[in-house]
Ligand binder design. Structure first.
Ligand SMILES: Cc1ncc(COP(=O)(O)O)c(C=O)c1O
Length: 465
């Protein structure tokens, strides 16, 4: 258990931090393993990151000195990013991309404000890329171009907020159903939209408990259902079986005009269509309402982004015309990142379906390699069949957890095997982990020996031994 952080410890660290900021103004950390402060306990974790003060022009530096210092800061920050990228294993981000050709675009404030399909009066946009990407996803999830609506979001969270909002607007008295292992944004959406919510427990795999879901649906039979299904949960990578949930809805007496299903496919929703095996496919040929993914996860991008696709007829319930935009408002955000669609378009165009399929196969293969390596070192693991998330016992050394930026929950940690994680990197990680475990075991053994010595000494002092 990481130490509980008390208010006084936070206050003390705030003082230290402000001293640290003063002395470190131009000394961005030398390249060292990432050491975030552990977060635990009841104190809300604000004000914990260090700050790089903004340089005021009137500080006693010449213009040239200031420019040199800025360049030095950015250069050492770039090194830090490279090191952190190298040692990253815990979050589902594909860090392997090269957008060199697009660098010139940062000169432009590209903004797709409003609806992707209706040009606003602001001309510096990338709607042609956005709609191209959306059409690609519409084909992936099997919905005709004239039947879908969607947009490129800020992230998977926005996709969930949108999907559940569309569900709510179509069924204002709908009850939200989702598993307890859903991403926190799902129940946050429920709270934001003041929806009654049913949190359903999970099976050992992390999938929604289908029997409990049925019981809840039967109990609430008079009200429509807005369901969030996980196409890969955050921690254990579990996939809720869409076909089974559809069967449960029928058994509970719900017809298609009485439910809305949002599929949260943040990571695995982007991988499942490319698997060469039986899986409960997510497709608009089935009665689902929306699907969302994060763009910076499997595809990979230098900025967070995502995609949400829904049915055109469903989104009508929340769209309205806005004269100021000369567009329609059906998105959560107003201004929207116009660079993100270009990154997604670029990667999808360069890799194509076949390149994506190869990436998926590689990740699934390497996830099994990691599982086998850990198990051969005596470390218990879990890997769902439809997942690239390898779950294992939480390493005891916090420094190790932070060095590899592992995401932990309770006593488990995971590695999400993404396209940038090679076998060589897995080898590095596992050997580091084995050494960490050996250090922990050695320290425990030494503690026992030390205690035994103390007892001996005590006995000897009393003339017993
Ligand atoms: C299942 C699931 N849904 C939604 C999200 C949120 O995605 P984002 O971080 O892109 O907002 C995550 C993030 O890890 C996730 O795992």
């Amino acid at each position: 258990m990481p130490p509980v952080i008390s208010k006084s410890a936070v206050a003390e660290s705030t003082v230290k931090r402000s001293q640290h900021i003063k002395t470190e103004t131009f000394n961005v950390a030398a390249v060292a393993p990432y050491q975030a402060m552990p977060v635990a306990g009841p104190v809300i974790t604000h004000h914990k990151s260090t700050a790089l003060p903004v340089l005021e022009p009137q500080q006693e530096l010449t213009e040239e000195e200031r420019e040199a210092r800025i360049a030095e800061l950015i250069s050492s920050y770039t090194k830090k990013l490279a090191e952190r990228t190298h040692h990253h294993m815990g979050y589902p981000y594909n860090l392997d991309f090269d957008f060199g050709l697009l660098e010139g675009l940062t000169k432009y404030s590209i903004n797709n404000l409003g609806d992707p399909f209706i040009e606003s009066n602001y001309g510096v946009h990338s709607r042609e890329f956005e709609v191209g990407v959306l059409n690609w996803f519409a084909r992936l999830w099997e919905i005709d171009e004239d039947e879908y609506w969607g947009y490129i979001t800020t992230c998977g969270t926005e996709g969930n907020l949108h999907g559940i909002l569309v569900g709510r607007e179509n069924f204002p008295d709908g009850i939200l159903y989702a598993s307890a292992e859903s991403h926190y944004s799902v129940f946050k959406a429920g709270r934001m939209y003041r929806m009654q919510a049913e949190k359903i427990s999970t099976l050992e795999t992390g999938e929604i408990n289908y029997d409990e879901l049925k019981e809840a649906l039967v109990k609430n039979r008079g009200k429509p259902a807005v369901l969030n299904l996980n196409i890969g949960t955050t921690v254990r990578g579990a996939v809720d079986d869409l076909d089974r949930v559809l069967a449960v809805l029928t058994e509970a007496g719900y017809t298609e005009d009485q439910f809305f299903i949002h599929c949260d496919g943040a990571l695995f929703g982007m991988m499942m269509p490319f698997l060469n095996r039986d899986a409960p496919m997510v497709t608009f040929r089935k009665p689902i309402g929306s699907v969302s993914v994060s763009g910076h996860k499997f595809v990979g991008a230098p900025v967070p982004c995502g995609v949400v696709i829904t049915r055109f007829k469903s989104v009508m319930a929340l769209s309205s015309d806005v004269e100021y935009l000369n567009s329609r408002d059906a998105t959560i955000m107003g201004s929207r990142n116009g660079h993100a669609p270009i990154y997604l378009w670029y990667t999808l165009t360069r890799k194509g379906y076949e390149g994506m399929r190869r990436d998926v196969e590689k990740c699934m293969r390497n996830a099994h390699v990691l599982k086998t390596m850990l198990e051969s070192a005596g470390i218990k693991t879990m890997l769902n069949e439809l997942s690239n998330t390898v779950v294992f016992e939480r390493p005891k050394e916090e420094a190790f957890v932070r060095k590899w930026q592992l995401a932990c929950e309770g006593d488990i940690a995971h590695v999400v095997v993404m396209p940038n994680i090679t076998v060589a990197k897995l080898e590095d990680f596992v050997s580091d982990y084995i050494q960490s475990r050996a250090r922990v075991a050695m320290a425990a053994a030494k503690r026992v020996a030390c205690e035994a010595r103390a007892v001996d000494e005590d006995l000897a002092a009393h003339g017993i031994a």
